[in-house]
Write a protein that binds this ligand. Structure first.
Ligand code: PEP
Ligand code: MN
Length: 365
């Protein structure tokens, strides 16, 4: 990364960018309160660092030896609060702000009536953002694939319901973009584009979604390391879109663990990730456990671990849900969960010994 002098002129910054591009790399320019900082996108070994260090307006050139740079706290400390998270604004909701944010709704949009009823109920329960799958990732081709999979008309119709339900109950909306072919369509209707766990590694999808310049929710693949999650978030940031929300949704359980829970919600990953990146992280206890009777406890635990929000599947008649029936909760349960989480969040805010969202000593400048 290239740290510019506080007195650097726009021409000097433009010259540095030109030099970066001449070496076939791309520049990520961020303006902090006092100075500009330029991140390099591409193979840094092509850059003669010594000659960059003496360009007019350059204060310092630093090599960042890790696969994710643009999303790291080390880089972000120049333009984000080094102790907090990036605030991501979606309509009237701020993810990463002072209050925890709750995303709720059905696993899959099943009908207009189903969606509007759930939207009304989750709003009343205290949810801020409405979720609903239009294209569902399913393990069997014989299972319900979501209304969007029927045909283009049904996809647009159900996306329209999602938009209308969000507008009616004043909640921004989120849905999963399962493939590159859906990106343009989805971006016309929704406020946040969700990348599902199975697609975390799809760099072309990430790039295409990032270019829509809308907030992106990136779910951690159930086999992915923290470094991989952050490295794939970097693909989104590399397109100039840093409005990325990370989501811990459970990793593959070991041995007999899988007889009891669908996945293992990796709670320790939450504060560990917060030390590495300024991007806010939420948790999904629904997919993380696969069991409605565990949602309340794991929601509380995720907020205590430092999650800035939760994504929870809700249904008025959970057992009737076409997808993920075992993990959906009612709006009454959602309300209780949100209330408890808000109390825990307050308690955590006032605690001084909690894990600090600051970079490790080794990256402090
Ligand atoms: C979902 O949120 O609808 C979903 C399918 O989750 P995941 O990608 O985490 O499995
Ligand atoms: Mn689901």
């Amino acid at each position: 990364m290239i740290i510019m002098e506080t007195s650097a002129t726009p021409e000097q910054i433009a010259h540095v960018i030109e030099e970066i591009e001449r070496h076939e790399l791309r520049a990520d320019v961020s303006r902090g309160e006092f100075r500009s900082i330029i991140g390099l996108v591409g193979d840094e070994r092509k850059i003669p660092f010594d000659s960059f260090a003496i360009l007019p307006g350059v204060k310092e050139v630093m090599r960042v030896e890790r696969p994710y740079k643009l999303v790291s706290r080390e880089y972000g400390r120049f333009f984000e609060n080094p102790h907090k998270y990036r605030k991501i604004k979606v309509g009237n909701v701020t993810i990463g702000g002072s209050e925890p944010i709750f995303i709720a709704g059905p696993c899959a949009v099943e009908s207009k009536t189903q969606l509007f009823r759930i939207a009304k109920e989750v709003k009343k329960a205290g949810a801020h953002i409405l979720r609903g799958g239009i294209f569902k990732p399913r393990s069997s081709v014989h299972s319900f694939q979501g209304l969007g999979a029927i045909n283009r008309e049904r996809a647009e119709e159900s996306l329209n319901w999602l938009r209308q339900a969000g507008d009616m109950y004043e909640m921004p909306v989120i849905t999963e973009v399962r493939g590159e072919a859906h990106v343009d369509l989805m971006a016309d209707y929704v406020d946040i584009l969700q990348i599902g766990a199975r697609n975390m590694y799809d760099q072309d999808l990430l790039t295409k979604v990032a270019r829509k310049k809308k907030p992106v929710l990136l779910k951690r693949h159930f086999g992915a390391s923290i470094e991989e999650l952050l490295s794939f978030a970097e693909y989104i940031a590399a397109e100039g879109n840093k409005d990325i929300v990370l989501c811990e949704r459970g990793i593959l359980p070991l041995g007999k663990g899988r007889e009891y829970t669908r996945y293992t919600l990796d709670l320790a990953a939450i504060p560990a990730i917060q030390k590495e990146t300024y991007l806010p992280i939420i948790a999904d206890p629904s997919h993380g456990t696969g069991r409605r009777d565990l949602i309340f406890n794991m929601s509380c635990a995720a907020i205590a671990a430092g999650a800035v929000g939760l994504m929870i599947e809700a249904h008025y008649d959970p057992t009737e849900a076409l997808v993920d029936a075992k993990q959906a909760i009612t709006s009454d349960e959602l309300k209780e969960t949100i209330n408890a989480c808000q109390k825990i969040h307050k308690l955590m805010q006032s605690s001084t010994t909690k894990t600090k969202a600051t970079p490790d000593e080794k990256v402090k400048g």
